[in-house]
Design a binder for this molecule. Structure first.
Ligand SMILES: N[C@@H](CC(=O)c1ccccc1NC=O)C(=O)O
Length: 258
């Protein structure tokens, strides 16, 4: 299915039959990635007395599972500034369009003391003068084990607040990354990159010019077969009224751009 998309003064062509899924699946076993000290997600049949909602158990016509998981801890999720504010803001009320032009860039975080950091210079170099609506950051090395990693207490790489400020200043609205957070794991709640990207100056009383409609998507996985460059991004969430929702970002290669 070939689509021709008019965007500003450009005409882009994409093939919707060739999606590049950059989300992680959510499973109830040790294959599922974990962050923030949580246990594995649970996916298990409803039981009522001796009835069990599982066809293979012989008592139910349908499979009927309860699912228990945490969007921030268990895989690909998209969050709005409600993740860090005293007041409640729902990603479902603030992400209202779902197609964006995105640049995929690969970055090897640099070692600074005990940390690995994505710097402003690296992001600036990766974007190479472009300012797309969305940026997808794939960190290097991009190893398969990321899909199943338990990040708790591992002090994963993170984005410098200068890099996050830069992304805000050049007007990037949606930030996607293959790490559990854009901030340092243990930072005493400083959350510098989150605050810088969303332009949140006071978490107790959100400023009017905070970026309510901008999102951060964490724990994506971008396969090595997907090359750095420009893509059409379809960023979809489940309609949870919550600061964050599990999400399914899909990239489409731009096959012509006139
Ligand atoms: N670094 C923060 C914790 C944090 O960032 C966080 C905690 C729970 C769930 C998600 C988190 N950050 C996600 O981007 C802190 O040390 O307080």
């Amino acid at each position: 299915m070939i689509a021709t998309i008019k965007h500003n003064d450009k005409t882009l062509t994409v093939d919707f039959s060739q999606p590049l899924d950059i989300s992680l699946p959510l499973t109830n076993d040790n294959q599922n990635p974990i962050a923030w000290y949580q246990d594995e997600p649970k996916i298990e049949p409803v039981t009522m007395g001796d009835w069990i909602g599982k066809v293979s158990e012989g008592k139910s016509w349908t499979n009927f599972n309860n699912i228990f998981f945490n969007p921030h801890a268990h895989g690909t999720h998209t969050e709005c500034l409600g993740h860090i504010t005293k007041d409640f803001y729902s990603v479902n009320q603030h992400l209202k369009t779902f197609f964006f032009l995105a640049n995929l860039i690969s970055i090897e975080p640099v070692e600074v003391g005990d940390d690995f950091i994505i710097t402003k210079e690296q992001v600036e170099k990766g974007l190479n003068g472009t300012n797309p609506e969305a940026i997808v950051i794939r960190t290097l090395p991009n190893i398969e084990s990321k899909k199943h990693k338990n990040y708790s207490h591992s002090n994963p790489p993170y984005l410098s607040d200068k890099a996050a400020t830069y992304l805000r200043e050049i007007g990037i609205k949606h930030l996607l990354i293959d790490l559990p957070s854009v901030d340092k794991e243990h930072d005493e709640g400083k959350l510098l990159a989150h605050k810088a990207f969303w332009n949140v100056k006071d978490v107790n009383q959100v400023n009017e010019d905070a970026r309510f409609n901008c999102t951060i998507t964490e724990m994506i996985f971008v396969d090595n077969s997907i090359k750095d460059g420009s893509y059409l991004l379809n960023l979809q969430i489940a309609s949870f009224e919550n600061d964050a929702s599990p999400s399914k970002p899909i990239l489409y290669k731009i096959i012509a751009n006139h």
